[in-house]
Design a protein around this ligand. Structure first.
Ligand code: FMN
Length: 210
């Protein structure tokens, strides 16, 4: 089956969103935590968090058009910080619930049933139930004129996790942490590790290094 650009454009909007959003493959599943000027915490699910580079350690995420109020954006601009918290088998239902349109004065932690936690004197809330938690400082943003979204860039200040998931070579075992992935806008999965492979070089076959 082939769906062309005109077929895709002709789909009803929810169907188009499901289709286009899932055709790129599995995406990371995270909760972004922030706090407003009055101390009200905010938590929302994001599937667009990506690694941008390791030196300096940077991540990015895509924010939908700011034509309506985006609490996450307003809060991270006013406080300068935000947290990224992995979604897992234990918290995916609560995590999904944070995407509901709550009023700014409502904390999604309470409404969705997740526990607000503060670490390392950092001024943004973490989700206690998450197996991997990242404290980020706002660095920059780029407006994407093609679809009116914004790429937010965050600098990683610290990462909190259970020591047992850290490999000697620095790799985090996300199977052990129970980290979930998402496809489309509502399908959560737990991936199974296939293998780890040696550094690829021309003329030699990759070897398993597990
Ligand atoms: C699985 C899933 C993934 C989502 N990913 C994003 C995303 O990458 N960017 C975004 O702006 N909104 C995303 N959303 C929508 C936000 O979670 C939703 O708009 C939320 O209400 C934003 O909260 P805020 O206004 O408090 O920032 C996603 C929703 C779901 C269910």
């Amino acid at each position: 089956m082939i769906l062309t650009r005109s077929d895709i454009d002709a789909l009803p909007s929810r169907k188009r969103a499901h289709f286009v959003n899932s055709c790129v493959g599995y995406k990371s599943a995270n909760l972004i935590g922030t706090k407003d000027e009055h101390g009200v915490s905010n938590l929302a699910v994001f599937s667009s968090v990506i690694h941008l580079g390791s030196n300096p350690p940077l991540l990015g995420f895509i924010l939908r058009p700011r034509t309506v109020i985006r609490n996450t954006y307003d809060n991270l601009r006013s406080s300068g910080v935000f947290t990224v918290n992995h979604i897992s088998e234990e918290n995916y239902k609560q995590a999904h619930q944070t995407s509901a349109k709550y009023a700014p004065e409502v904390s999604e932690f309470e409404s969705a049933g997740l526990t607000e936690e503060y670490l390392n004197d950092f001024d943004a809330p973490f989700a206690k139930e998450s197996p991997i938690k990242i404290g980020c400082r706002y660095i920059n943003e780029y407006y994407l004129e093609e679809n009116e979204c914004t790429l937010i860039i965050g600098g990683i200040e610290f990462v909190q996790f259970d020591e047992s998931i850290l490999n000697d070579d620095g790799w985090l075992n996300l199977e052990k942490s129970g980290t979930a992935v998402v496809s489309g806008l509502d399908a959560y999965s737990i991936p199974a590790l296939l293998d780890r492979l040696s550094y690829a070089e021309p003329g030699s076959e990759p070897k398993s290094i597990l």
